[in-house]
Design a binder for this molecule. Structure first.
Ligand SMILES: NC(=O)N[C@@H](CC(=O)O)C(=O)O
Length: 448
């Protein structure tokens, strides 16, 4: 059975940092102890001076396979993911065909089994007419049911109120929502179209995909979850007003949890001026005040987790007028270095970053034996170097789309190595092929 010994790790886990060695056998952590250097192993990784964190579990990515593979595919995007310390991803259903039944879901699982470098699961999608498919989802077969309560890329909008009500009533597992009220967005679009025609300045994206649209849709999702006692996880929160609506209770006591994304902690609407439509994504970037409220909301426990919503589009697609440019940013490769900037600035501790990017996500989705650095758990780890800078560059982007909104950013910390199921899949800026990720297992009861 393959063995790996990690020496001199500063282990960041469950609110503490402890210097120890980690012995891994058969993909799992067998022993965490002070001096294991006497052990006979196949591979040794000495990480002296560096920190070992649980690999990021990214609860929302768009890896584009099948159907949109000119933007990305599971191999290319999972390679970018491990380069960014993401060891598990949950992929969205707006691929082609949209994932609206369990057969299509299983086909995606099969594709991932052949090419994914990271561990994986997939969302089942919802539409206005797949309630019967939703009712029979096996809660152990996928990470959740994704409901687009606001239109975005793909055809999975649910905008019939009774259907939405039925979905919340019958969903056999966690419902994850994209909350932006479509009628509000359409009305805003029409108002600005009258002034600008199709050439609406990108700076107005956050006035079209407005605070009001987010707040309204999030309020509806929360109301439905409470009415039907549905386990709800609201994705990519972007406003102060939504943040304050979420409870500060311990995660395990919450019916409704909320996530934001690393990019909303970096950029705000002022950045449209320099980055233009590259920064077009849904939901939009709101004000600097909202950005500060998201950071505070995470620190206070209103917001539970941080994902990326990695959504690659080619540079060519990102040129054009407001309506033609697709929304979405590639994020997986530099999300963790960008979060570590908040550590370098004294805002987040490393333990806090581990909690929001890994422990909490494992808890929200009831992921089995991952998300923590514990004996018996799978060895999904990221070695971070807080003393070695990395300059993000389009030239180094692994994602098929070939660009990053961080092009030219100098991050003060870098990902040194990534380990998935005990296999070293990334080190010294190189992805190592040869080991494939696993399908995530869940430890859940119905509707959790
Ligand atoms: N986030 C985005 O701006 N775009 C996503 C769709 C989505 O999540 O809204 C995409 O698929 O490109």
């Amino acid at each position: 059975m393959a063995t790996l010994l990690i020496l001199n790790a500063k282990i960041v886990n469950e609110n503490s940092i402890v210097e120890s060695d980690i012995y891994i056998r058969g993909g799992r952590i067998e022993k965490i102890a002070k001096d294991l250097s006497f052990m006979k192993v196949a591979n040794v990784l000495d990480v002296k001076g560096k920190h070992v964190m649980p690999g990021m579990i990214d609860d929302q990515v768009h890896f584009r396979e099948p159907g949109l593979t000119h933007k990305g595919d599971i191999k290319s995007e999972s390679s970018a993911a491990v380069a960014g310390g993401v060891t598990t991803f949950f992929d969205m259903p707006n691929t082609i065909p949209n994932v609206l039944n369990s057969d299509i879901l299983e086909e995606k699982m099969q594709l991932a089994a052949k090419t994914s470098i990271a561990n994986y699961s997939f969302y089942h999608g919802a539409s206005n007419d797949n309630l019967e498919d939703i009712k029979v989802i096996d809660p152990l077969a996928c990470c959740g049911l994704k409901v687009f309560m606001g239109s975005s890329n793909g055809n999975t909008l649910v905008d019939v109120e009774e259907t939405l009500d039925d979905i919340f009533k019958h969903a056999p597992l966690l419902v994850a929502t994209h909350c932006e009220d479509s009628p509000t967005i359409v009305e805003n679009e029409e108002n600005y179209r009258q002034i600008y025609g199709d050439d609406i300045p990108i700076e107005l994206h956050s006035k079209i995909r407005s605070e009001e649209a987010c707040v309204k849709s999030t309020a509806l999702a929360m109301k439905l979850a409470e009415e039907h006692q549905t386990r709800l996880h609201i994705l990519h929160i972007t406003t102060a007003k939504e943040t304050e609506k979420f409870s500060e209770l311990p995660l395990k006591e919450k019916l409704i949890t909320a996530e934001t994304c690393s990019q909303y902690l970096v950029f705000c609407d002022e950045d449209y001026e320099t980055l233009g439509s590259l920064l077009k994504c849904n939901p939009s970037f709101k004000t600097a005040v909202d950005r500060a409220a998201l950071i505070q909301g995470l620190l206070e426990g209103h917001l539970d987790s941080i994902g990326t919503n990695h959504a690659p589009h080619t540079l060519q697609e990102k040129q054009g007028n407001y309506f033609d440019v697709p929304a979405g940013l590639p994020m997986v490769q530099y999300a963790l270095p960008s979060l570590l900037e908040h550590y370098q600035d004294g805002i987040f501790s490393l333990e806090f970053i581990a909690s929001k990017t890994s422990h909490a996500v494992a808890d929200i989705f009831n992921v089995k034996d991952r998300g923590y650095i514990r004996e018996g758990y799978w060895a999904d780890l990221v070695v971070v170097d807080l003393d070695t800078e990395v300059t993000a560059s389009n030239d180094d982007v692994i994602s098929k789309c070939g660009w990053t909104p961080f092009d030219g950013y100098e991050f003060r910390s870098s990902v040194h190595a990534t380990i998935v199921n005990g296999n070293l899949v990334y080190i010294n800026q190189k992805v190592r092929n040869g080991n494939l990720g696993q399908r995530i297992e869940f430890d859940r009861k119905k509707r959790s």
